[in-house]
Design a protein around this ligand. Sequence first.
Ligand code: ADP
Ligand code: MG
Length: 377
Amino acid sequence: MSRVSLNGASKRYGKVVALEDINLELAPGEIVGLTGPSGAGKSTLCRIIAGIDRPDSGAVAVDGLTLTDTTAPQRDVAFMFESFALYPHLTVFDNIAFPLRAPKRREIYDGEAIAARVEELTTLVEIDHLTKRFPSELSGGQKQRVALCRALVQEPSIYLLDEPISHLDAQLRHKLRGALRRRLVSLDKPSLWVSPDAMEVVSVADRVVVLIDGVIQQIGEPMAVYRSPSNVQVARLVGDPAMNLITGRLAEDNGTIAFRSAGLTVSIPPGIAGTHDLEGRQSITLGVRPNRIHIVDGGADASGQNTVEVYTYEPFGKYQVVTVRAGDDLMKVKSARTRPYAPGDKVTLELDDADLTLFDAETGRSLRRDGAAPGSG
Ligand code: ADP
Ligand code: MG
């Protein structure tokens, strides 16, 4: 068993704050998904857990024992590097087998056991026909899979997978998300799965950590992060397409509160945010997921309210994404209908008002009340 924790870890590179006061625990058998934009500090966090970098302050502990002074090789971490870090002079087979031939493992795995493990993994990720090649003879996606196998072939205290499937084609990514999740949870070790694609970690992880500018913005169960992003920065990352964020004002009309922007009027049902949170607010940001907006066919209603113009139209087979212009804002609508639209078409929008999120327009913080996450996804 190993429980890994980061306790108040901070790291700077000159003036750049790569990580700020990170507190995070990874439990055995748990996949923690770490997401955030490029430069957020994701790889730095991995390197600190692995012992390749030292935090300026704070510490890493395994099973409650602080590791600050142990070196990388002592930590028993299987680290898949974002850069792959393959040995150029070794074949694919020998790259993957390398960790099993280390002095401390030599007695555990004989040649036959090594070959069996390598074959199982290379078959899983569909590179079993490439084992005799050298890294220079591989594509980026093939190198990535070699690096992935070299991490998975080990039985360490923790798996750190820094962007394990980002360079693979969509079909293989889809297949491997599920297959890797099954494998990692069965191993009873903590895993950290890093991806700038928030929906990838939402789909594979038990818990999602959103890191932006070195600061943890939100930690939670995947669907909780998806449904209730803690601020607009998280809202912009999580979702496909991401949540629409429209800034406007609140107006009270006969006891009901309405949101108004240049192109949109939406009534805000009670319970979306605490009433005291909304009182006296001039501007506010409305968040609505693309799949919570419906295009009403048949053109505008009498009032012309929420009638917008189609900007672009993208068919994806099972669904379509229609981008519309509402006032100054471009909004994305994800619709299961397959009626095509052309730029310039006038359409009317209907919003699922039970699934709206309001954010403070200045701070960007969600005004959704804790535990009051409405809607069901
Ligand atoms: P991510 O993996 O999320 O893209 P990184 O952890 O690689 O982000 O980097 C976080 C920040 O720290 C970035 O601004 C990056 O430029 C900076 N950084 C990372 N490593 C170094 C280094 N060795 N020297 C200087 N700056 C670095
Ligand atoms: Mg990185």
